[in-house]
Design a protein around this ligand. Structure first.
Ligand code: NI
Length: 170
């Protein structure tokens, strides 16, 4: 397994739209393992392939307290949703910023598992937020897109400043 580099906002590559996985082969399984390790290393609860610059519809999630319940979602789709709920979100691609976002409270999701077989599940609470947030990534969308232009611009400027400092220090 290896740790992958996570792209950070406002990197334009985060805007690319991911394409469906055609076959769940060894390459995809390796990607899933690397993404999981990268997510755990960064203390995240979800990671989409787009964030590691791979344009495939692949997501890893683990919302368990002790990080022992990884979920692998390939070609995930929300097939039903209801309710509206606001919650605070963060993102490994927008480090250290947390903002309130409104999303569906309850979703039903269809995906392929690591074994290539289709499955469905219901999600509420943090898992519902996480699935919607990660599927957005596959469509080139970030949680900051739900904020006011002013707030988004503020976050963009601060991160650009940090990235400039990082570059000059390296
Ligand atoms: Ni994210």
């Amino acid at each position: 397994m290896s740790i992958l580099t996570i792209l950070e906002f406002p990197d334009e590559r985060l805007r690319k739209k991911a394409t469906d996985v055609v076959s769940v082969d060894e390459k995809i399984k390796k990607l899933l393992e690397d993404m999981l390790e990268t997510m755990y290393e960064s203390k995240g609860v979800g990671l989409a392939a787009t964030q590691v610059n791979v344009q495939k519809r692949v997501i890893v999630i683990d919302v368990s307290e002790d990080k022992t319940a990884p979920m692998f979602l390939i070609n995930p789709e929300i097939i039903a949703k209801d309710g509206v709920k606001e919650s605070e979100e963060g993102c490994l691609s927008v480090p250290s910023f947390y903002e309130t976002v409104k999303r569906a409270e309850h979703v039903r999701v269809k995906a392929l598992g690591k074994d290539g077989k289709p499955f469905e599940f219901e999600a509420t609470e943090l898992l519902a937020v996480c699935v919607q947030h990660e599927i957005d990534h596959l469509d080139g969308k970030l949680f900051v897109d739900y904020l006011s232009p002013l707030k988004r611009q503020r976050i963009k400027s601060k991160l650009e400043k940090i990235h400039r400092q990082e570059r000059s220090n390296s």
